[in-house]
Structure formats: C-alpha cells, structure tokens
Design a protein around this ligand. Sequence first.
Ligand code: BTN
Length: 242
Amino acid sequence: MQLIKLNATDSTNNYLKQLILERTLDDFSVVVANHQTNGRGQRGSSWLSEKDKNLTFSVLKRNISIVANQQFLLNILVSLSIVKTLEGFNIPKLAIKWPNDILSDHHKISGILIENLIKNKQIEYAIIGIGLNVNQVKFEGLSKVSSLKNIMPLPVDKDELLTKIIDKLKMYFKLYSENGSEFLNSEYESYLFRKDKPSTFISHDNNLFTGIIRGVSTSGKLCVQMEDFNKEFDLKELKLIY
Ligand code: BTN
C-alpha cells in the first residue's frame, strides 16, 4: 500500500484521480492532506475542514467485483468500516444517516464521497474520499456537525485512526468477496439513522411529509413507509429533517 502525505491540495479525491492517470498505484493506496483548499462533498457541496485539525483522505480501490448498478454496496462497505473503527475508539451513539453520513449522537462527524470509474458496466476503480472531524471544535453555522474532540474526553491520534480505517476497509472488502453482500446490508441497516421511527422529510419540490424509514434497497434507495403505501426514494428526491 502506498501512503502519500500532502501538506495541502485542492481535494485528495482530485489529487488521487489525477495521480492514477500518471502512474500505477497499488490497491488501497492512500492520499492524505493536512489541508484541502477545495474539499468536495456530496451533491456538489463543499467539505470545509480547518487546516491540520481533521482527517481528509482518499483511498484507491481497484479490482472491485461489483457491477455498476450495485455501486451502493461501496457506500455500505465504507460506512461500516468507519463506524466499526469509531466503535473501537468508544465513540458513543454511532449511526449512519442514509446514504453515508456518519453521526455520533445525532451530529455528523464524518462524510464520504465515492467516485467511480465505470467501464463496460463494471467499476474499474473507486476513489473513496473520507472526511472525519477529529480536532476541530467550532463549526460556524453548522449546528448538527461535531468532532471527536467535542465528544471524547481523551484525544484521538489521527494517524492511528487512519491506519485503523484502512485496515477495516481491507477487512470489509475481503468479507464481501468471500461472503457476498447479504449480511452487509443487514449490518448497515442496523446502524441506519431513524430506522423504524416516524420521521419528517422534505421533498425535492419543497413539500414536507412524514414516513417511517424501513431500510435501503439493493440499488441504494431509501425505503419509506408512508401512510397508505411504501415508496423508494433516491438521493435527489428527499431530505430527512432531524
Ligand atoms: C459529504 O458531503 O458528506 C462528503 C464529504 C467528503 C469529504 C472528503 S475529504 C477527503 C475527500 N476529498 C474531498 O474533496 N472530499 C472527500
């Protein structure tokens, strides 16, 4: 495994994407940066992280035997790797907010941005970008965001965290290749935020509605039980209010 440590870059996902065009990289190669000047989040958002405080890194995953229409499985593998690592550090009340926000006690502490190169309906490789708030204590204007430092009495070592997350990623990819995805879906759902609880959502056309999250489909849609029917939603169609 190659570990590339950078002082600063625009985005570790961008850096790794470019690097793989220029040279051959091992499976699970990692690019980690102390500072990102243009960190990217889901749905075209930005990922802001104070310099030197947090973990911002990207992992290259090759040889993925997942067909393109099941790429949600990658979200499952990565989310579980982070949650299980954090459990090992005794981080309390961990949950996965669909599709892949990692929460501790209802506050987002980690976000994931996976970018796949797809060829002939197969994932050629994936760039797995992970932001984990470790030592930043203030998140201006973001009331539902927090960090390990705000949650834990003792400091957590960033390098140790990074190594443990990579180890868990390796373990989960191996588990998947040996046992398939069935148990992974149920493990993911066991951490699903607000599962089986009445919740309020806002639709893409700004309507509020209530429903109960029952799980996630194999294609990664959120399965919501409404008053008279069940419906599957994709990411663009709804937002959970909490
Ligand atoms: C989210 O919106 O929740 C996803 C955030 C992903 C942030 C990480 S930080 C490392 C990698 N590089 C990026 O530009 N984004 C991801």
